[in-house]
Design a protein around this ligand. Structure first.
Ligand code: NDP
Length: 288
């Protein structure tokens, strides 16, 4: 029931109509009996004015999606340290004089991986891609103590740039850039691999960024950030070579859960998060 005490949160981006975030937040608010609603806001131009307006309208918080995750940083009064290092913000939390920015994509990915029992500390990890998502993953891996990260990308120069930035930010040489085509130079031992390219995303579901099976024999756990489709070609290849494979829907769930926790100063129990996850899977027609 919306009344005079209801607070508003929302998503700003362009486009916003395919988002699953209203389902996550409105269900959490209902289950916890918190007077909050969450709505999508299409922002076509003048992001700075939209943020200013949102603060003056007393919004409790916002999520930010494509194409504004970097640009929004110019409109903040404060920024969480890791989000500032990554250079991307997806959650704004209301403060006294404006919004503070956070990156719950990355804390959400960490929580999603932890909930599957995947650890990062001391691990050797392969990351596929060097775009916005891969860059954030590289920062996550460095900050949670991966011992060695091989960052493979089609354009080697982009991978080198990300590796340089992350190594500099953490003052250690833990990220090594490689071209995708050089994967045979990777160590032979089984490793965790995070798929962070857009290859395999619907509608191009029959593609993986690397097709050769000898690459997949190096993977004990494959984590694809893509969740549409829910079983990507990358995941199929990992499983065919004996590894465990996961899609990115839990990352989406937990980026929302972490934002909700920041806005409402609550802690969401794993059981409730998983209840929301079942609804998300239902919406997407995922059965497993
Ligand atoms: P970007 O556009 O920033 O980066 C795309 C990456 O894919 C680049 O590394 C690019 O390589 C690579 N790539 C694209 N096409 C090809 C190709 N034909 N062959 C080889 N490599 C290719 O995208 P993002 O980093 O923002 O997103 C990447 C993926 O992560 C998307 O699929 C997105 O859906 C997913 N994602 C999931 C989230 C979740 O909550 N689960 C959150 C955020 C992202 P190059 O540099 O050479 O062009």
């Amino acid at each position: 029931m919306i009344d005079g005490k209801t607070r508003t949160c929302g998503l700003i981006g362009n486009p916003v109509e395919h988002t699953m975030s209203p389902l996550i937040h409105n269900m959490l608010a209902e289950k916890l009996d918190i007077p909050m609603v969450y709505v999508p806001f299409l922002v076509e131009e003048d992001l700075a004015k939209a943020i200013e307006g949102a603060w003056h309208l007393n919004l409790l918080g916002l999520n930010v999606t494509v194409p504004y995750k970097s640009q929004v940083m110019d409109s903040l009064v404060d920024c969480h340290e890791l989000a500032a290092k990554i250079g991307a913000v997806n959650t704004l939390v209301r403060k006294e004089k404006g919004f503070k920015g956070y990156n719950t994509d990355i804390s959400g990915l960490y929580r999603a991986m932890s909930s599957e029992g995947i650890s990062i500390q001391g691990e050797t990890v392969i990351v596929l891609g060097a775009g916005g998502a891969a860059r954030a993953v590289a920062f996550l891996l460095a900050s949670y103590g991966a011992s060695q990260v091989y960052l493979l990308n089609r354009s080697l120069s982009k991978a080198q740039e990300v590796a340089r930035e992350v190594n500099q930010a953490f003052e250690k040489e833990c990220i090594q850039a490689m071209a995708l085509t050089d994967y045979q130079r990777l160590p032979e031992e089984p490793m965790l691999c995070i798929q962070a390219t857009s290859v395999g995303l619907a509608p191009q579901v029959d593609k993986a960024v690397i097709e050769e099976e000898d690459f997949y024999r190096r993977i004990h756990t494959g984590y694809d950030l893509i969740y549409r489709p829910s079983r990507t070609r990358f995941m199929q290849l990992v499983e065919r070579c004996g590894g465990r494979a996961y899609h990115g829907l839990k990352m989406l769930l937990y980026q929302g859960v972490e934002a909700f926790e920041l806005w409402n100063k609550v802690k969401i129990e794993e059981a409730l998060a998983l209840e929301i996850y079942e609804r998300m899977k239902g919406e997407m027609g995922i059965e497993e």
